[in-house]
Design a protein around this ligand. Structure first.
Ligand SMILES: [Zn+2]
Ligand SMILES: [Zn+2]
Length: 158
């Protein structure tokens, strides 16, 4: 999706939610778009040192309520990313060691399989599912290789 399309779409979503598309919100969206991955609230606060924190939180909440962004809570804190209307449906892989986040897109067949399992589970509780979010936690390639190196050098000492 092109930069201009992002802003047009965000403008429409905010308008539908009776929210204004202010310069500040535009900048937040620009930040998320340019990063291409979920950004932690901590990073966002650091990028905007001149803005009062309360204002950033308020704007992020307004963007989330207007379905422009999603706020995702991981073990290491809250992250923001553009919503699925921009990025399409995907899952996040979160590294428990370095907090990096990788987007994964599954095949249609795999998504259908997940939905089937979740539909069955929901039915048992008379619950009607509309969509799912699913994050995978573990260790990234880089952290695993570092761990292996440490283990290997540890072996030598023995
Ligand atoms: Zn890692
Ligand atoms: Zn899915």
């Amino acid at each position: 999706m092109q930069n201009n399309d992002i802003h047009t779409k965000a403008g429409i979503l905010l308008h539908d939610a009776n929210q204004r598309y202010t310069e500040r919100r535009k900048r937040l969206i620009e930040t998320l778009y340019n990063s291409g991955r979920p950004v932690s609230i901590y990073e966002i606060l650091n990028l905007e040192p001149n803005l009062p924190q309360s204002s950033i939180y308020r704007n992020l909440d307004a963007l989330e309520q207007s379905k422009v962004i999603d706020q995702i809570t991981f073990k290491s804190g809250v992250f923001c990313e553009l919503s699925e209307s921009f990025l399409g449906h995907h899952h996040n892989m979160v590294c428990l060691s370095c907090d990096s986040v990788i987007d994964v897109e599954l095949s249609t067949t795999d998504e259908k399989a997940i939905d089937r399992i979740l539909d069955n589970a929901s039915r048992m509780h008379n619950f009607v599912p509309t969509h799912h979010t699913l994050d995978i936690q573990g260790f990234c390639e880089l952290c695993l290789s570092q761990l292996e190196e440490e283990t290997a050098s540890g072996d030598k000492k023995l």
